[in-house]
Ligand binder design. Structure first.
Ligand code: AMP
Length: 291
């Protein structure tokens, strides 16, 4: 049995569930309030807060988990990140009020020992100590961005993705401390800690999730092209290891070309193939891709 800790709610929950479903590990809940669920085969999910997942995985209560890189770093627990899942992207930034006039760390240093409101006290302590800056930490458990306006802090260390919440609250970014996204994590000593069957299951999990992520920004393209244009076609659709070329029954001068292509700019690929005389161009989504 491989127990995987998944976010029960919040920003990472929906995309995690979608990724698992796409990987053929759809959640089968025993009831709407169940805290655990079978994912099929030897996989079991437990649903917990994203912030608790680093601890649970490091302690061995779950053998793997999905959570933010920011939360892994803040936990300061020995974890290994096996996969960057690409969603839940955000940055941990230092921000100051617009009217403070602070736009850089150097100006911050000149302000004495500023008070820093944050939900990430360990990361903050590490960062400011590495930067040689003396600060006074003000740990908060939410709504960090109001702290300067309440007069309990001079600056904040908080997560942002678009920056709009910071702007709405009259704050401006001074420095990026950490870039984050959702990760598949396990304990740092998993190679010796897990039973052989669990190691195999963990490898299968990483490869199933990875194959779905690999496929997301790619498409499978098929087209019939004049045989004489194959050199040009190869330049337009290189594929993973060169396009697959298949004879077309009853046609000597045309061949079918199949290739995996990036989805970005696919309209340009199609236009270029058409210029070479391609016909019957078909583009489909790929469910999984294991190179
Ligand atoms: P939760 O508190 O359960 O909603 O999860 C918060 C986690 O979602 C954070 O620790 C980040 O890893 C991630 N996240 C992604 N974008 C943002 C954002 N704009 N603000 C806060 N958290 C974010």
């Amino acid at each position: 049995m491989l127990r995987i800790a998944l976010p029960n709610k919040g920003r990472l929950a929906d995309e995690t569930r979608e990724l698992f479903e796409d990987a053929g590990l759809g959640v089968r809940m025993a009831g709407p309030r169940a805290l655990t669920a079978s994912l099929g085969g030897e996989f079991e999910a437990i649903f917990v807060r994203a912030a608790d997942i680093p601890e649970l995985v490091a302690d061995g209560a779950a053998q793997a988990g999905i959570t933010g890189h920011d939360l892994c770093r803040e936990s300061e627990r020995p974890l290994e990140e096996l996969l960057d899942l690409g969603f839940g992207r955000c940055r941990l930034v230092i921000a100051a009020t617009d009217d403070s006039g602070i736009t850089s760390l150097a100006e911050l240093a000149a302000a004495g020992a500023p008070r820093v409101a944050t939900m990430f006290p360990r990361t903050a302590r590490r960062y400011f100590s590495d930067a040689g800056l003396e600060v006074e930490l003000v740990p908060v458990s939410g709504a960090t961005e109001v702290a300067p306006h309440l007069g309990i802090a001079d600056i904040i260390l908080d997560l942002t993705s678009t920056g709009s919440t910071l702007r709405t609250n009259g704050l401006r970014e001074v420095e990026t401390v950490l870039e984050s996204s959702a990760r598949l994590v396990t304990s740092a000593d998993y190679r010796t800690r897990l039973a052989p069957a669990q190691l195999v299951a963990l490898g299968e999990l990483a490869s199933a999730l990875g194959s779905v992520l690999n496929a997301r920004d790619k498409r499978y393209l098929m087209a019939n092209v004049p045989r004489a244009t194959l050199d040009d076609v190869r330049r337009i659709v290189p594929g993973l290891s060169g396009p697959t070329v298949v004879d077309v029954l009853g046609s000597d001068d045309k061949v079918a070309v199949h290739a995996v292509v990036p989805s970005a700019g696919i309209f340009r690929t199609i236009a270029s193939l058409k210029c070479l005389g391609a016909e019957g161009i078909l583009v489909t989504r790929i469910e999984r891709l294991t190179p």
